[in-house]
Design a protein around this ligand. Sequence first.
Ligand code: NZQ
Ligand code: ZN
Length: 386
Amino acid sequence: MNNFQFKNPTKILFRKGQIENLSKEIPENAKVLLLYGGGSIKSNGIYNQIKKAISSFDIVEFGGIPANPEYAVLIDALKIIKDKNITFLLAVGGGSVIDGTKFLAAAALFDGNSPWDILSKNIRTQKGMPFGTVLTLPATGSEMNSGAAITRRETKEKLVMGGPGLFPVFSILDPEVVKSIPQHQISNGLADAFTHVLEQYMTYSVDAKLQDRLAESVMQTLVEVAPAILKDTSDYKASSNFMWSCTLALNGLIQQGVPSDWAIHMMGHELTALFRIDHARTLVIIAGSHYTYNLATKKEKLAQYATRVWNVSEGSVEEKALIGIKKTTEFFQSLGIKTRLSEYTDDYKGTAQIISKRFTERGWLGLGEHGKVTPSDVEKIVEMSY
Ligand code: NZQ
Ligand code: ZN
């Protein structure tokens, strides 16, 4: 096992009806900016619950943060934070609203030239404005980690940011919110969380037995609850297991002491930036090709995964590894997700070259757990995903 330091300060309040207790978590006398997305919280009743719970605070609202939070929209919110002397941010939404809020938490205290530098120059945030979240969509784990992904439409870029100053102070996880989530977002959540585990697991063994078993358990739980939650989003038992699995998939715990990959996410972000394909679906498009292309360096872990998660008992290491890749693709398909880029756009030719060129220009010359996935490898992997 590798050495590590681990600190995750986010307080989790996991309970049915937990939104009622929201006011106890917000600092007294705070001037709160309530941030949300395109309006789902208004139609499913969460907005009214929130407003009631925090009625004693001085509140300003900012709605309309789009999926794949858009830089230009967030800059409008940043102006409100400054003009109205906001002291606490409250994100109510999925990964997009929470990530957008993290950007604002960083930008509000940033003393550089342009807040875009936080993303383009990869500036880590040591101290951000405090914020809490009410999660409405299990998927990203953003509610208990310190990372974010921000999109800039004018330049078709999607970049990541983070730092120890960007953990939520608290996150409310009430599995009842799952009820109103449309089917395709449930599928996205399952696929995103599953891929988060894969990115931190499908590397090479460092004999970290517990991390391996934890990762496998999260994947097994997602596979087990997927049919139930897809069938009935008001199934509270399935929702609770789905929600906590998504959080655990990316709250830092399973990543400690082990190598991680994240190349699938880096390639996937480009597909969102170029074609506006949902985040989770971009991961599904890339995953199979990435693992097939990198079979030589990942086959032991792929075989272990095939055996432990998919009960594959026959065959050589390589044969098991290949079955593991096939099972992964079939799992994604069982969620109703298309697995090839050409199923999302007719304009896919040349995508591999564009992405590879962007990586070269940004100096991303070696991705993956060994730092050896070059822009030329990226080109081949993306091409295999057409
Ligand atoms: O905008 P509203 O109207 O609220 O509707 C949203 C949105 O259209 C809707 N929704 C959310 N909760 C709902 C609901 N609809 C009905 N009932 C509810 N309870 O769902 C749609 C998608 O929401 P979004 O927040 O975009 O989805 P998700 O949670 O999948 O977040 C995706 C974003 O997170 C980033 C992605 O890149 C993407 O930008 N990620 C963040 C990560 C992190 N911070 O750690 C890691 C991930 O790998 C990912 O990169
Ligand atoms: Zn993801």
